[in-house]
Design a protein around this ligand. Structure first.
Ligand SMILES: Nc1ncc2ncn(CCCCCNC(=O)c3cc(-c4ccc(F)cc4)cc(O)c3O)c2n1
Ligand SMILES: [Mg+2]
Length: 215
């Protein structure tokens, strides 16, 4: 039977990337997506903005919703100090399996926990599962119409604290209008937009950075 796109992406990583070298994994995926087959990774242009926001946040607890093949997981985790942990949620078991192998190829498996399931089901269990109070950094890259309900759920579960940073991918394409409206006009957030392009294309897109101001 035909391979899937994530399996073909993983093959490109195993052939072209150096084991234990996250930057070579990132380069191998971007090369595959630019020259062989488009895939919905955050990509190199938006990825550079993601890097900057992560570095300025210096988070010790990170949550990612929507792992896909683990590209942004590797981008974020490679910037984190040793003691930190990143929890990433993926509901598609096949994507999760590929992501674990991509993350392992990068040598980052000890800093990452790939959780399989729906964000709405897993978020309420996270405080107990991991003994955490709040997330310093959250990257939203799952169903675009789940961004708003899930940021509200994070608030209700007390998983956002003053200074927590939420970065959302694709706020222009495919778009998350209800989410943008909420974070831009709600006094609980200080929000700003980073104009960019849809990964590997010239289509306009962007990231929204929203800092939680506390209850
Ligand atoms: N609730 C829950 N909990 C956990 C979960 N884990 C996974 N999911 C489901 C996530 C399904 C993939 C989400 N990502 C996208 O749909 C996406 C799409 C495009 C795109 C596509 C075609 C175009 F023509 C233009 C742009 C570009 C992007 O950068 C995207 O990130 C979950 N859901
Ligand atoms: Mg995305």
């Amino acid at each position: 039977t035909r391979t899937t796109r994530p399996q073909r992406l993983l093959q490109a990583v195993s052939i072209n990337a150096v084991r234990g070298d996250p930057d070579s994994v990132i380069k191998a995926i971007d090369h595959f997506c630019k020259h062989t087959e488009w895939a919905m990774n955050v990509g190199d242009e938006k990825g550079a903005i993601l890097d900057l926001v992560v570095m300025e946040t210096c988070p010790s607890t990170v949550l990612e919703l929507g792992t896909y093949c683990g590209y942004s997981t590797v981008r974020i985790t490679r910037l984190l100090p040793p003691a930190t942990k990143l929890i990433t949620v993926e509901m598609n078991p096949e994507y999760a399996h590929v992501a674990r192998q991509v993350i392992q190829h990068a040598g980052l498996q000890d800093k990452v926990c790939v959780l399989e399931g729906e964000s709405a089901d897993l978020i309420p269990k996270m405080a107990n599962m991991f003994g955490i109070q709040a997330f310093d950094f959250v990257f939203l890259d799952h169903w675009k119409d789940h961004y708003l309900p899930d940021i509200r759920l994070l608030e209700d579960c007390g998983l956002l604290a003053q200074g927590s940073v939420v970065l959302a991918d694709n706020v222009v394409c495919p778009g998350a209008p209800d989410y943008l409206n909420y974070v831009r006009y709600n006094l609980k957030y200080s929000s700003r937009f980073y104009q960019a392009h849809l990964e590997y294309t010239r289509v306009l897109d962007g990231l929204e950075r929203s800092e939680y101001q506390g209850d």
